[in-house]
Design a protein around this ligand. Structure first.
Ligand code: FES
Length: 121
């Protein structure tokens, strides 16, 4: 008898983060959602969320400069793509990205598994 395949993982649930007017256009805010420190960004391209701790050395990405679909870490100026968390200026590990949905003026984040945990699964 062959073991049954594991069921697909359910997508993460949406967690209320804030109201749209709580984050000015072009800025980020740090929030704690589902026990994780999340950097939520409102860019000209839309809303994005990454883990707040920079993969390089833990800098606060929510305090970074948002421009050209990316955030620049305030500590050592490495850039990370807002949509994917990919490192754009170095070989650093990517930041974990989280899906964001805006519904009726309220912003929700689907807090993803940490990259290291997802890779081990
Ligand atoms: S801590 Fe972010 S670039 Fe160094």
């Amino acid at each position: 008898m062959t073991p049954a395949a594991a069921p697909p993982l359910a997508p993460p649930a949406l967690t209320y983060a804030c109201d749209v007017e709580d984050v000015p256009l072009g800025e980020g805010r740090a929030l704690t959602l589902d026990g994780r420190r999340i950097a939520l960004f409102r860019s000209f391209e839309g809303w994005f969320a990454l883990d707040d701790a920079c993969p390089h050395s833990g800098g606060p990405l929510a305090d970074g400069i948002v421009c050209d679909h990316a955030v620049i870490c305030p500590l050592h100026e490495r850039r990370f793509a807002l949509a994917t968390g990919d490192a754009l200026t170095s070989d650093d590990e990517a930041a974990t990205a989280h899906e964001v949905e805006v519904r009726a003026g309220r912003v929700f984040v689907a807090v993803a598994a940490e990259r290291s945990a997802a890779a081990a699964a």
